[in-house]
Design a protein around this ligand. Structure first.
Ligand SMILES: C[S@@+](CC[C@H](N)C(=O)[O-])C[C@H]1O[C@@H](n2cnc3c(N)ncnc32)[C@H](O)[C@@H]1O
Length: 271
């Protein structure tokens, strides 16, 4: 069944067909993917459900929507229509921020979506406060669901508003942001085009429409010595560090690659 599902997903253009088939099977059987090899029988009802899920995945419905969750570092997030599915490459930006979050620090996650970055910081560091900012109602509903019962504070707000969190200007230690950054009109896979919200993906004609105001907001929020990390499109390896330098309020501007060596996020320190 796994072999047949893998072939059908590969034919549909799914990038990781075997892994997706295994994760769907594991989800149907209620076991971890690593235990699949130990399964020696499957009920008709489970086989039927597996076939349905494989057919949906072949229609390029995101794997995480079918399973209902996305794994991000050590947290598992509820995901579905209306919210951006967190990506593995963003784990690096989150890790960078976690390493710079001293005990008691105030951390702000701008454009929080599911809350992946904010929840990871709360989970792996010992911050005093973590504030997750999100503008769009559908994403906010997922964010509230994922952060319920945690210490992460949710704020409905627009990260392009220079007055956002004005009571915290000059008082924040770490600002992290994975903004919408794909230039409008750029081709994206069907999972993204049809299921990630457009406002989570596209950042205006040049992809920098949200990043520009976020740079200025980060400079306003951070205390001297505080740090910012911003994920960006791999075509923006010069542009985002350039925006941070041009702002004039940052030092130590550094560009970082992801595990495949692609330019992925830029960081800087508030002077
Ligand atoms: C690329 S997604 C990242 C989500 C999450 N931080 C992650 O890494 O998985 C960008 C997020 O920013 C939100 N967003 C876009 N524009 C915004 C704005 N002006 N103010 C606040 N949030 C915004 C989107 O709704 C989306 O949830």
């Amino acid at each position: 069944m796994l072999s047949a599902a893998t072939s059908s997903l590969a034919e549909a253009g799914v990038a990781s067909p075997r892994v997706d088939a295994e994760l769907l099977a594991a989800s149907v059987l209620g076991v971890g993917r690593g235990r699949l090899a130990l399964i020696d029988g499957i009920r008709d009802s489970e086989a039927g459900r597996f076939a349905e899920l494989v057919a949906l995945r072949a229609r390029r419905i995101p794997l995480q929507h079918l399973i209902g969750t996305a794994a991000f570092r050590h947290v598992e997030l509820a995901v579905g229509e209306g919210v951006f599915v967190p990506r593995p490459e963003t784990e690096l930006l989150a890790g960078w921020g976690i390493a710079r979050t001293a005990p008691g620090a105030t951390v702000v996650d701008l454009g929080s979506g599911t809350g992946a970055i904010a929840l990871s910081v709360a989970d792996e560091a010992s911050p005093g406060r973590v504030i997750a900012v999100e503008r769009f109602p559908a994403a906010l509903a997922w964010l509230r669901r994922n952060t319920a019962g945690t210490a992460v504070e949710v704020l409905a707000g627009d990260v392009t508003d220079p007055a956002l969190l004005s009571d915290l200007h000059g008082a924040v230690d770490v600002v992290l942001c994975n903004p919408p950054y794909v230039p409008e009109g750029m081709a994206v896979p069907p999972e993204v085009a049809e299921h990630d919200p457009a406002e989570a993906v596209f950042g205006g004609p040049d992809g920098l429409a949200v990043i520009r105001p976020v740079v200025a907001l980060a400079a306003a929020l951070l205390k001297p010595g505080g740090v910012v990390g911003i994920e960006h499109d791999d075509g923006h390896a010069a542009a985002v560090p350039g925006l941070l330098r041009a702002d004039g309020r940052f030092t130590d501007v550094v560009e970082h690659g992801d595990l495949t060596g692609r330019p992925r996020y830029a960081t800087a320190q508030r002077a």
